[in-house]
Design a protein around this ligand. Sequence first.
Ligand SMILES: Nc1ncnc2c1ncn2[C@@H]1O[C@H](COP(=O)(O)OP(=O)(O)OP(=O)(O)O)[C@@H](O)[C@H]1O
Ligand SMILES: [Mg+2]
Length: 272
Amino acid sequence: MNKGNVLRFESLVVHYKNRRIFSLRRSGGIRAVDEVSMSLEQGKIMGIVGESGSGKSSLLKALCKFIPIQGGRIFIEEVDITEFSDRKFFPYRRKVQMIPQDFFDIFDPKMTVKEILAEPLEIHFGELSSQEKEARILELLELVELDDTLIERLPSQLSGGQRQRISIARALAVNPMILICDEIVSACDLYAQKQILKLLTTLNREKNIAMLFVSHNIAVIAHLCHDIIVMHRGKFLEIGSLEMLRGSSNSYVQSLMDAVPHLKMAKKWKER
Ligand SMILES: Nc1ncnc2c1ncn2[C@@H]1O[C@H](COP(=O)(O)OP(=O)(O)OP(=O)(O)O)[C@@H](O)[C@H]1O
Ligand SMILES: [Mg+2]
């Protein structure tokens, strides 16, 4: 299997201009992502941890081209897509799929499960017949271990864990190379968390999908990810294996590492 970089970025900057309604003071805005670089190999899971406001979601959205960047370059399969128009980016959008933290951020609450899953197939696989699309939808539901009786339901008629699986199924509908996961288990109970993490593990192993996985939960990150980025105020403080991070001289990184209870399990996972 080719082990090239599926995703790479260099000196990436996301800058939000502050609109100060109640103040006349001038402000330079905020550099939510401040000149960060990394590469992600096929089949690798990269975890990102960092306190609230450190720039994690901004980074993920920028990588999916949902928000503009103010500096740096983004490469997908070593093709520089930084300046690509929507039209030119279209074939790449399929390769990089984001699973959002909040389902209702990107999905229409009035669409049924079937419509939500059919949409990406219509956009990216318009040549499929309606029977083929239906079969694919059932296959996707099976993949995320959801009953096909849910197909006519609205998102509001699903549990949080079921909605999260629909998000995953939708992202998988277009056979992505990279899954971008933003706090996808934080709203789930422990059982649903475990099931979703198991599913991601299987997808990673069987389909060799690379992932960027953001979580506040360092234990989850340590268990799932091959390498970990510690993000702080828009910068990457550290990037490396759990062992490397444990040896970090940075006090913030150290305090995060102290919070991991099952390092043996995480180590075993990493050695696979
Ligand atoms: N649309 C926006 N306009 C202006 N500032 C923004 C916008 N979105 C995010 N920010 C700011 O950018 C910084 C990084 O936000 P971001 O959402 O990327 O952080 P995060 O690490 O994902 O936080 P959390 O863990 O709470 O989800 C924060 O200071 C935030 O207030
Ligand atoms: Mg966030």
